[in-house]
Write a protein that binds this ligand. Structure first.
Ligand SMILES: Nc1nc2c(ncn2[C@@H]2O[C@H](COP(=O)(O)OP(=O)(O)OP(=O)(O)O)[C@@H](O)[C@H]2O)c(=O)[nH]1
Ligand SMILES: [Mg+2]
Length: 181
C-alpha cells in the first residue's frame, strides 16, 4: 500500500486544523473555539483512492502545521519528504492570499514537487463561498468551508490524492525499470 505525507500549511487561523479534522474524520473535535496548533499535529488515516482501474487504499499522514511564524524554524522538518502540500488561506484576508505564493515557493517549487502535488484551500469559514482566482495559476483551488461545502471539499481532496497516487505509482514504475536494466 502506498503511504503519502501531506502537509497542511498556511497563515494562522486560516482553517488548517478544522480542515484536517474534517478530512481525517475527527468529528468529535469542536470547530467553534480556536485552539492555535502548537508546532505540528500528525493525523493518520487510510482512505480509498481511485487509481484509474479500481479503488485502492492509501495510508495518509496528514501534518497539520502551525501557521505561527515562531515555528518557521521547523519548516525544513515539515517539508521533508512531503508528497503533497495543502496551502490554506482565509479567502477574506488579502494578507493570507499574498502569503500563499511564498509558501508555494518554499514547500512546493523549491522541493521539486509539481503543481499537481499542491492544493490551495481558501477557507470562507462561516461566510458565503466567494469566487477567487487561484493565487498560483497552475494550482487548483478549493473554496468554501467544512460546514457549507463539505462534499466539494471531499471531492477536491480525493482528486488531489489521486494525483499524488499517480505520481507515487510513476516513481515506483521507474525504480522497477531501473532495477531490471
Ligand atoms: N464555521 C467554520 N469555522 C471555521 C472553519 N474553518 C475554520 N473556522 C474557524 O476558524 C478558527 C481557526 O481555525 P483553525 O483551523 O484552528 O486555524 P489554523 O489554521 O489551524 O490556525 P493555527 O493552528 O493557529 O495555524 C476555528 O476555530 C473556527 O472558529 C470552517 O470550515 N467553518
Ligand atoms: Mg491549527
Amino acid at each position: 500500500m502506498f503511504k503519502a505525507k501531506v502537509v497542511v500549511v498556511g497563515s494562522p487561523e486560516s482553517g488548517k486544523s478544522v480542515l484536517s479534522n474534517f478530512l481525517g474524520d475527527q468529528t468529535d473535535i469542536s470547530q467553534s473555539r480556536y485552539h492555535p496548533t502548537v508546532g505540528v499535529r500528525v493525523l493518520e488515516f487510510e482512505t480509498p483512492v481511485d487509481n484509474g482501474r479500481t479503488f485502492t487504499n492509501m495510508d495518509i499522514e496528514l501534518w497539520d502545521c502551525s501557521g505561527n511564524e515562531n515555528y518557521e524554524g521547523c519548516w525544513p522538518a515539515m517539508a521533508y519528504k512531503a508528497d503533497g502540500v495543502v496551502i490554506a488561506c482565509d479567502a477574506y484576508k488579502s494578507s493570507d492570499l499574498q502569503a500563499v505564493e511564498n509558501l508555494y515557493s518554499y514547500f512546493v517549487a523549491n522541493r521539486g514537487l509539481k503543481p499537481t502535488q499542491c492544493l490551495i484551500y481558501a477557507s470562507c469559514k462561516n461566510k458565503e463561498a466567494k469566487t477567487l482566482k487561484s493565487p498560483v495559476a497552475s494550482v487548483p483551488i478549493m473554496i468554501g468551508s467544512t460546514d457549507k461545502n463539505s462534499e466539494d471539499l471531499r471531492d477536491a481532496f480525493k482528486k488531489f490524492l489521486q494525483r499524488i497516487y499517480g505520481k507515487l505509482a510513476d516513481s515506483r514504475d521507474k525504480e522497477e525499470l531501473q532495477m531490471m536494466s
